[in-house]
Design a protein around this ligand. Structure first.
Ligand code: NAP
Length: 436
């Protein structure tokens, strides 16, 4: 029987999950692929972590470079994370004729072009299903199942930590800081949560999805990234009262004028499917010209879901014939020579409806001052909400605009901030009323 010999770099949450899954499903994988998927080496910074884990004859060491150069390794699985030394190790692995599987979204989002070109030169595969949305097979769907579609819109909940925080804020009526602390205590958020709550993790994933959907290399720097730190309990309550949920969405749109790439808190109708994705779950929605809109839902992180995606890539390699037959499917879906860059729309030119929140003095004439500013910027208002209370220094004034540009909204809020009656920096959140 043919075999595919695997070298694993990293033995943390995902690494251990991959090792355990490969060993537990050895027979099932052999019966499904006709190839023995054999874990031969593990290298990780702290090899002691593997003590007590039943790994059979697998060699465990701290020598990551040895895995990349070893003659008995056909495919290197990188689950260490970080840009270096992961990037250099994977480039060398490809040059030495090994396939590469990685769960490292940051690496693919930042160095995907360099790595994919190296894979092409070497005639080897670079697979990264686990880098986006964990167990959800969205990369395979985009590359293979939707191959006949021109995709004009893709959006989704790509970070389980943020979705969990926003869900808890709504259900408990708590502030961002309170919920974040609880999430850290329960292990749902990292000690340093910035990558998640500032939207960077979601943006890495969006860069990869947009590349595959629109036929370009990933361009992380082109994404407009906003996190959820400024979303307040007031926003969440008002959104609910007006029939919306607030979700941190990764959004990629393409039309004749270019692409729009953004990660930001977004109001979506409470009746939409995307609004019903709660807690740590992820979901991706893709609109293709032939298929229409399709939705993919599941667990976006964790040892089992992520290992499931890594091992699926290994099964694909095994089915492709291991060393002989490579690159059955182009890494970014489109052949390297046909990938192109698309003009990216300026944030200021995005058109849409907006939710605006001001904290204003509760006295006569304030509403008139605010609406005068909006009129000057030619922004028309769909709804205004205010609950007056004479016993507090400032009350929330909530407005929903008709379609306008972000340039006009920003200009209006800048002007409002200068008004005597406005007591805090005004905030705005994009609304996507058409999302399903
Ligand atoms: N966790 C998830 O649910 C998830 C989901 C999707 C994708 N991913 C991606 O998968 C990758 C791994 O994530 P993880 O959660 O498994 O991380 P993790 O638990 O921190 O594990 C990383 C492992 O790699 C080792 N390592 C890190 N840098 C190293 C270096 N320079 N040399 C040797 N070993 C090194 C670590 O060693 P020590 O044990 O000494 O720290 C640890 O064993 C990341 O790229 C992440 O973005 C994770």
């Amino acid at each position: 029987m043919k075999e595919l010999r695997i070298g694993l770099l990293g033995f943390g949450v995902v690494g251990r999950g991959v090792a355990e899954l490969l060993l537990a499903q050895e027979k099932l994988l052999r019966e499904r692929t006709g190839v023995a998927l054999r874990l031969v080496r593990i290298a990780t910074r702290t090899p002691e972590r593997a003590q007590g884990v039943p790994l059979g004859a697998v060699q465990v060491s701290g020598a990551v470079h040895q895995v990349v150069t070893a003659d008995d390794v056909d495919v290197v699985v990188e689950v260490m994370g970080g840009l270096e030394p992961a990037r250099s190790l994977l480039l060398e692995a490809l040059q030495r004729g090994k396939h590469v599987v990685t769960a490292n979204k940051a690496l693919i989002a930042m160095h995907g072009e360099e790595l994919m070109r190296a894979a092409a030169v070497a005639g080897r595969d670079l697979l990264f299903e686990a880098a986006v949305a964990g167990a959800i097979p969205i990369i395979k769907v985009l590359r293979e199942s939707l191959a006949a579609n021109q995709i004009d819109q893709l959006y989704g909940i790509l970070n389980g930590t943020c979705n969990y925080i926003l869900t808890e804020m709504r259900e408990r009526g708590s502030s961002f800081d309170q919920v974040l602390q609880d999430a850290q205590a329960k292990g749902f958020a990292e000690a340093d949560p910035s990558f998640d709550v500032d939207g960077i993790d979601a943006a890495h994933k969006l860069a990869i999805l947009a590349a595959i959907a629109f036929g370009s290399f990933p361009h992380f720097s082109q994404i407009h990234v906003e996190g959820i730190r400024h979303v307040s309990a007031v926003d969440i309550t008002w959104a609910s009262e007006m029939g919306y949920r607030i979700k941190l969405l990764g959004i990629a749109k393409q039309d004749a004028e270019g692409v729009e790439l953004r990660v930001q808190p977004t109001l979506v109708p409470v009746t939409s499917m995307v609004a019903s994705v709660e807690g740590v779950f992820n979901a991706v929605f893709v609109r293709g010209d032939a298929a229409g809109t399709t939705m993919y839902y599941g667990r976006g992180a964790g040892a089992g879901p992520t290992a499931s995606a890594v091992v699926a890539d290994l099964a694909d390699l095994a089915r492709n014939g291991g060393k002989e037959a490579t690159q059955r499917v182009a890494g970014f879906s489109t052949l390297l020579e046909c990938l192109s860059s698309h003009p990216v729309r300026e944030t200021a030119e995005w058109r849409g409806e907006y939710y605006l929140r001001l904290a204003v003095a509760d006295r006569p004439g304030v509403l008139a001052e605010v609406t005068t500013v909006l009129a000057r910027q030619q922004i028309s208002i769909d709804a205004i909400h205010q609950k007056g209370r004479s016993d507090v220094a400032a009350v929330p004034l909530i407005m929903v605009t008709h379609e306008t540009t972000e340039r006009q909204v920003r200009a209006a809020l800048r002007e409002m901030e200068g008004l005597d009656a406005v007591r805090e920096t005004p905030r705005f959140i994009r609304i996507e009323p058409g999302f399903v």
